[in-house]
Design a binder for this molecule. Structure first.
Ligand code: SF4
Ligand code: SF4
Length: 231
């Protein structure tokens, strides 16, 4: 998330919030997921949804400035991660303890996980946010509206959504544990593999591949380049 001035007034009920060019967003998201360090420049405005959504924030050992800024008592070892990886929890209201007066009190040293978080990925992929546990994020996702500079850009968006749908509807074609459990990780995976999905399902193909063949191609792509560790 990014603290920026609001560009849209919200007058009761979901309004539309410009998400920017879809193709630009997609290129940036691919680069961010690949690098694990670029982060996302999200026009959050006054929204602080992801700081108030009962999320555990993963912090890597190399984020020394971040770790120094957070009281030790708020950090605990991240399950399943190598030594030094920690998580920061949330308070009884589901709020990050670093959020003070609706501002991130460690903004300049905030965790990479926070820099990477971009809820537009749910609008881009169609992966659902849990409205019960994360209502603020779910509301914001409904507000985002991408723009398209061409029909190709609009089609690109359809393919990303179809790739996400394929992953969600064909879990049984993937080895147990190979697909992520959390919606945001599933959405990021859809962005990672949509090109392969697009090649496999291209209308020009004469040999329509089976779902199992598409899943196999996705698995190969998943093994080709692992993204940097993230929460
Ligand atoms: S929920 Fe989305 S818009 Fe709101 S602060 Fe988080 S990333 Fe920004
Ligand atoms: S560290 Fe800052 S940006 Fe990250 S969740 Fe907490 S308040 Fe939000």
């Amino acid at each position: 998330m990014t603290n920026q001035a609001d560009e849209t007034d919200v007058t009761g009920g979901p309004s539309r919030v410009p998400a920017g060019s879809f193709s630009q967003w997609l290129g940036d998201a691919e680069a961010s997921i690949r690098s694990g360090t670029i982060g996302a420049d999200v026009p959050c405005g006054t929204c602080r949804g992801c700081c108030r959504s009962s999320m555990f924030i993963h912090i890597r050992p190399e984020e020394t400035l971040t770790i120094k800024r957070i009281p030790r008592a708020l950090l605990f070892p991240a399950p399943g991660q190598p030594k030094g990886h920690v998580l920061m929890g949330y308070n009884d209201q589901g709020q990050c303890p670093m959020l003070v007066d609706s501002q991130c009190s460690i903004y300049e040293d905030r965790p990479q996980t926070c820099r990477d978080y971009d809820c537009r990925i749910f609008a881009a992929t169609g992966v659902a946010v849990d409205e019960q546990s994360q209502p603020e994020i779910a509301n914001r996702v409904k507000q985002w509206v991408f723009d398209y500079e061409s029909e190709e850009s609009r089609e690109e968006h359809n393919i990303v959504k179809q790739a996400a749908g394929f992953l969600e509807n064909n879990r049984d074609l993937f080895p147990p544990g190979s697909l992520p459990g959390y919606p945001v990780q599933m959405a990021a995976l859809a962005v990672r593999i949509y090109r392969v999905f697009s090649e496999m399902t291209a209308k020009r193909r004469l040999d329509a591949p089976s779902d199992a063949a598409i899943a196999q191609a996705i698995l190969i792509e998943m093994g080709r380049a692992q993204p940097a560790a993230n929460g």
